[in-house]
Design a protein around this ligand. Structure first.
Ligand code: FE2
Length: 358
């Protein structure tokens, strides 16, 4: 039996300047800074800031030495997600199962402790140069060993939890990674979208979502599909030099308030194409939210058999066209906004063209 992943413990980003990134996530997205690890706490190699909002924990890490492997990671990929960490009951068992099923080991299970207790961690490698760390907390009382409380309050924007995390993988590699997630981590196939679902006149992608049995962990995996021009997934892979995390979707239960706050904070969202709202209401039917406000805030809406969802995507958060954030509110729908892909693709392609990558 595959060991159960209890939850996403945190998502760690490798960044060039964690001090400034922490300020950005606090001021732009409203995260609280809650903990810190660095030279002042006895870690001379790296500085890490823990950011929290709702149940979302992000760790922003900068290597302080040129000969740190993370410095090479950053040179190759730029700022981005380097680790999606899971809480598990037994890190050694989770690691052994994954490695037995073919995962590459990054670290065998080992204990780490400080005055707040002892945890056990192990790690495997997934697509690209992204790692999954297994964390067995055993009642540990802080964030993780070595971190000290260092609180700076942000102004919350209503972000509650991680809805899904999307990986972009290389051409024809999606099915292999779908199988890998099933065999190593017990995340089964949830839904698939082919290039007829997600394409425009010029470019396309295929996507399969793997999920935990309780649906609390959902990982869509995208691969580029052939089109007349370069797929946005291929643009990502060219800029990142390999597969990697494309976006984090963060859930709110009041997207009107969340997007208004984020826009006021200066978060840069993908523009919604003109004309998007002309036929929207025919497509999605009745919604509880004020239609005028949805349009004024330029929020996207989609529906399926079980309900609807509202969503919006930021532009890439760094200069390379790689990682971005999605804001999502679900009203019964468990899908991912397929009906918006086409509208959005056209916007993304305009942006790709501006970057000279189409
Ligand atoms: Fe998404």
């Amino acid at each position: 039996m595959t060991p159960v992943l209890k939850r996403i413990h945190h998502v760690e980003f490798a960044v060039g300047n964690a001090k400034q990134a922490a300020y950005f996530y606090r001021q732009a997205f409203g995260f609280d800074q809650v903990a810190y690890r660095g030279p002042e706490t006895g870690c001379r190699e790296r500085a890490s800031y823990v950011m929290k909002q709702g149940d979302i924990f992000l760790v922003l890490t900068t290597p302080l030495r040129h000969d740190d492997a993370l410095a090479v990671w950053l040179m190759l990929h730029g700022d981005g997600v380097c680790d999606i960490a899971f809480e598990v009951d037994d890190a050694a068992v989770a690691h052994a199962h994954a490695v037995g099923a073919g995962a590459a080991s990054v670290r065998a299970a080992a204990p780490h402790g400080d005055a707040a207790g002892t945890i056990t961690t192990a790690a495997i490698r997934t697509y690209g140069e992204v790692v999954h760390t297994f964390i067995q907390r055993d009642g540990y009382r802080g964030f993780l060993p070595g971190f000290e409380k260092r609180e700076i309050k942000g102004k919350p924007t209503g972000l509650m939890c991680i809805d899904h995390i999307v990986g972009n993988v290389e051409d024809r590699q999606m099915d292999r990674w779908v199988r890998w997630y099933d065999e190593t981590l017990g995340l089964g196939r949830f839904v698939s979208y082919d290039d007829k679902d997600i394409s425009t006149e010029f470019s396309a992608l295929r996507s399969t979502v793997v999920a935990s049995d309780d649906r609390n962990i959902k990982f869509p995996l995208n691969e580029p599909a052939d089109g007349r021009k370069k797929s946005q997934i291929q643009e990502y892979i060219d800029a990142n030099l390999t597969a990697g995390v494309q976006h984090l979707a963060l859930k709110t239960d009041d997207i009107l308030a969340t997007i208004a706050a984020l826009r006021a904070n200066g978060v840069d969202f993908l523009p919604v194409p003109t004309g998007y709202y002309d036929h929207l209401w025919e497509r999605v039917g009745d919604v509880a939210e004020d239609r005028g406000k949805i349009r004024d805030l330029r929020i996207l809406v989609d529906c399926d058999e079980t309900g609807y969802l509202l969503q919006l995507f930021t532009r890439p958060l760094q200069d390379r066209p790689t990682f971005f954030i999605e804001i999502i509110q679900r009203r019964g729908s468990e899908s991912f906004g397929k009906g918006n892909f086409k509208a959005l693709f056209e916007t993304i392609e305009q942006e790709q063209a501006l970057r000279g990558n189409l």
